[in-house]
Unconditional design. Sequence first.
Length: 86
Amino acid sequence: MSAGTATVRYFGGAKAAAGTKSELVALRAGATLDGLVAALSASHGSALARVLAAASFLLDEVAVRDRSAVIPDGAVIDVLPPVAGG
């Protein structure tokens, strides 16, 4: 049973691995960031799963460190892969 939707926006390597810059995903009641990561990994494959394992996330423009955080209906989740620099 769907409890709403969230927009997932991909940046950098996450965008390349997902094959899209953003997508609308259905959320179940009580959906967490961990659950969303698992669902995205399953639907997009191992390349995105590797990026998601190392990525940082913003939930409505706020950094999320607790992946058990519940995602509210209408949320925007930004996937930010690690960046190399020097």
